[in-house]
Design a protein around this ligand. Structure first.
Ligand code: G3I
Length: 367
């Protein structure tokens, strides 16, 4: 009997041993070795926009903002081209028929030259920036043109070799592609396009090397306006009026179609001219809501839109990539809090000058 018990418990303990041995992996030799997948650390972009881009990265600035150290430092560290948000327009410079105020423009140009930046002039002619004194006189077409010719030659020759490019004309066309009737040019000239063509020539005469641009908004979104612009370009080429580039302002939104933007940009580039994304900012507060919150999800949508726009620009022929300019640098100072809604966050830097996800989106869109 005892024998039997011993045998049974021996068999049991052998069986138990076999079970234990069978299921416990011996150290170092697991049954199925899990492959060690090397975790590649995420590539942290250390370059700034101006360091990575193969074309100038500009921003619209004002004298007052440049006198703020945080603004000036963020601008100098990340951008290498300057546009004047409003101080290089006629209203800011042309104080009377023979009176010119160049203090602000000189300040902006000197700041740029001292910081190895290019300057894009904005804008010689804009229906919204003719000085009140000029409009009040209501010159006939001959005197109108002679005075404007003198203005263009005075300003362009003053900054010859310092300002590399000018928006000679801004926003000639209405959204349906017809000429803007509210423009004092439209009211004065039978053939406004020919007048603008001659103004491009006056700028060229003042500085043979300066790049001359036509600038407008929503050309990539609006085929009617786009067609009018390309017809004007064709007419200029036939008439021998100089034009080197087209600027599309790109005051856009996170809810705009990326495909429409990309197709429109490709279409504009068919002119063969230099292409400037000249006033880029991306709105987020679609419903102009007072309770709008700029959530993480919205920040990512904005970052994606910046990335998409930069990628569309990068898909253009290199020789046509003039520059990408943002209309300001920080959400602290943007025209959109006045024009659209106080709760707007359209730019690449937060109000405390820290980089937003938008900055990373822009950067990752660059080749
Ligand atoms: O800074 C002065 C202030 O000292 C003065 O008290 C006040 C009252 O006159 O004016 C202030 O200057 C205003 C400036 O914005 C700063 O806020 C100018 O009057 C005002 O004309 C200027 O508006 C500019 C607007 O163009 C007209 O020039 C905006 O900053 C600028 O963002 C806007 O930019 C335009 C582009 O040129 C063309 N595309 C559209 C874009 C947005 O409208």
């Amino acid at each position: 009997m005892l024998n039997l018990i011993c045998k049974t418990s021996l068999i049991k303990s052998v069986l138990l041993l076999l079970i234990i041995v069978g299921t416990t992996p011996l150290t170092g030799c697991s049954e199925k070795e899990e492959p060690v997948i090397p975790v590649t650390p995420p590539v942290v972009e250390t370059k700034t926009l101006k360091e990575k881009a193969k074309f100038p990265i500009g921003a619209a600035v004002t004298v007052a903002h440049l006198k703020e150290a945080d603004f000036a430092n963020a601008f100098k560290s990340n951008y290498n081209q300057l546009s004047a948000e409003y101080e290089m327009k006629m209203k800011g410079i042309w104080t009377s028929l023979t009176g010119y105020s160049f203090d602000n423009t000189d300040y902006l140009v000197n700041f740029a030259l001292q910081n190895n930046m290019k300057v894009h002039g904005h804008a010689l002619l804009w229906y919204s920036s003719f000085p009140d004194w000029f409009k009040t006189v209501a010159y006939d077409s001959l005197n109108f043109e002679n005075n404007v010719k003198t203005y263009i030659q005075t300003v362009v020759s003053r900054y010859k070799g310092k300002i590399v490019s000018w928006d000679v004309a801004n926003e000639i066309f209405a959204d349906d592609g017809t000429l803007r009737v509210e423009s004092t040019v439209y009211k004065t000239f039978k053939d406004p396009i020919a007048f603008y063509g001659r103004c491009f020539q006056y700028a060229r005469n003042a500085d043979p090397d300066v790049k001359l641009f036509y600038n407008d908004y929503d050309q990539v979104l609006n085929s009617a306006k786009r067609n009018s612009v390309s017809k004007m370009v064709e007419r200029f080429k036939k008439a021998g009026y100089p034009i080197d580039g087209i600027g599309d302002q790109f005051h856009t939104t996170i809810w705009t179609s990326k495909t429409t933007i990309s197709n429109g940009l490709t279409d504009i580039a068919r002119t063969g001219l230099l292409i400037h994304i000249s006033e880029l900012d991306i709105r987020v507060n679609q419903n102009k809501s007072d309770s709008y919150v700029f959530t993480d999800a919205e920040m990512i949508r904005q970052s994606d839109m910046y990335k998409s726009i930069v990628e569309s620009f990068e898909s253009l022929p290199q020789a046509q990539k003039f520059a990408i300019t943002t209309w300001g640098i920080t959400d602290k100072y943007t025209w959109l809090t006045g024009w659209w809604h106080p709760k707007e966050y359209p730019l690449l830097f937060n109000s405390n000058y820290t980089k937003k996800k938008a900055y990373d989106g822009f950067l990752s869109g660059l080749k």
